[in-house]
Design a protein around this ligand. Sequence first.
Ligand SMILES: [Zn+2]
Length: 325
Amino acid sequence: MKKTILSLIVLVMACLGTAFAQKPDSLLVVPPELEEEHDEADSTLMLVRPIDTVDTDDRYVKIILFNDHTWDYIELERPDIDTTGLFEDWDIESIHAYRDVKISDLPASVDLLLVDSAHHFVAPIIGRRSSTFKYRKGRPHNGIDIPLRVGDTIRSPFDGVVRYVGGGKATGGYGNLVVIRHPNGLETYYGHLSERLVVENDLVAAGDPIGLGGSTGRSTGPHLHFETRYMGKPFDPERVINFDNGTLRDTLLTIKNHYFNVGSHYGMTDKQSKGATAAQYYKVKKGDTLGKIAKQHHTTVNALCKLNGITPKKVLRIGQRLRVR
Ligand SMILES: [Zn+2]
């Protein structure tokens, strides 16, 4: 899309250039006897040329400035987004939408078409993930982490509309965060950004820059925290994108109800995924130790550590959820 917009600007500029170049023709008629003295540099000064473009509040409308101090609006091609149903549960104030929807309310399986001949895919960023969708230190890690350099461009993978943009205290661990809703209902989250390049309700096309990579929020180094959610429920982003080579797994994404669990990963069989979803959790109370919790749940400290990605020396927090099965 970026390429399309750029080439459109170039095309419009070229057309304007030609149009204006023809207008002052009469001024450029030089008597033959003077032709040799005519300075070529002078003649180009007389042409009206676009010299700059300026952004407006609407990212698809730009102002073109000309070298004769005049200006004009130019409207860029807007992404062709089917917004039917896209604005259901639309909430630009909260990080998460669909807060009243429970996983049990969702169908057993839903098919989302990700791309077609008119709507393509661009990898948000390509890189080796440093953390996957899983329980990490006893907390659910609802996305995947891709290390990057501060300032790396993050792009929207599909066409969509920006639902939420925030930072600071409002987003907590996410740091600077952008959430995009795509026409098929999928939402994508981009955390720890150094810069946010879009605002709420912006239309974005696949490949449009939406932010720059950073390390804001709860982050130990520059990386992108990327989430995929359907009806507000996170599932493993690797079910959608192969980040190793920046390609889509498939043009059609089938989301099964048992995917909405941090224990369920891309590559698992349905049986394994359902088993992970049947997991049971225990909320840590005052005075609990790993040994005590293990005994209560007829398991071992080692098994608890493995399930929760912690070590036996882990200090438990009151209220922390531990997976026990
Ligand atoms: Zn993360």
